[in-house]
Design a protein around this ligand. Structure first.
Ligand code: GDP
Ligand code: MG
Length: 177
């Protein structure tokens, strides 16, 4: 009997964190709906989007949470983190301050999580090479020292967006199986 017939289900909660305007909401809409909003005025009431993929012939669902803009006030609540088994920590490669704040986001994530969390550091907006302020090397070396996966993405032109989410989902799956 297959796992499916046994009714085995996988549902993973993943959170997206990072400073305001780094592109968190657009990474999610790009992944879940293949959409991009140039003047995204934050999240429209929806707390999360669910996206499925197949691993080892099993359907794995990722429930991906986006903030409703509360990160502007450094007021992301513990409810947001509760039960998360994966996290994308996002900075904007054109704004150094967002990279410098990654450590604070990681601390907050660690404070709120009691299980193994698959974490990926994301340098978003890699389409803006001409105004880059954080080098690929800086991103890589921070990820290495913190034990995170690392990828640069563009929600605008889709670079690595699907790959990044799927890598986190696969890592979560391998953590539990
Ligand atoms: P959030 O506050 O982290 O959720 O960021 P948003 O997704 O709302 O994006 C903030 C701004 O950055 C918006 O104007 C987006 O259009 C823009 N943006 C997001 N991702 C990218 C990207 O990959 N490339 C470029 N050039 N702009 C982006
Ligand atoms: Mg947002």
């Amino acid at each position: 009997m297959s796992d499916d017939e046994r009714g085995e289900e996988y549902l993973f909660k993943i959170v997206i964190i990072g400073d305001s305007a780094v592109g968190k909401s657009n990474l999610l809409t790009r992944y879940a709906r293949n959409e991009f909003n140039p003047n995204s005025k934050a999240t429209i009431g929806v707390e999360f989007q669910t996206q499925s993929m197949v691993i080892d012939g099993k359907e794995v669902k990722a429930q991906i949470w986006d903030t409703a803009g509360q990160e502007r006030f450094r007021a992301v609540t513990s409810a947001y983190y509760r039960g998360a088994v994966g996290a994308l920590v996002v900075y904007d490669i054109t704004r150094s301050s967002t990279f410098e704040n990654v450590g604070r986001w990681l601390d907050e994530l660690n404070t709120h999580s009691d299980t193994t969390v698959a974490k990926m550091l994301i340098g978003n907006k890699c389409d803006l090479e001409s105004i880059r302020a954080v080098s690929v090397e800086e991103g890589k070396s921070l990820a290495e020292s913190e034990g995170l996966f690392f990828m640069e993405t563009s929600a605008l032109d889709s670079t690595n967006v699907k790959t990044a989410f799927e890598m986190v989902i696969r890592e979560i799956y391998s953590n539990i199986s």
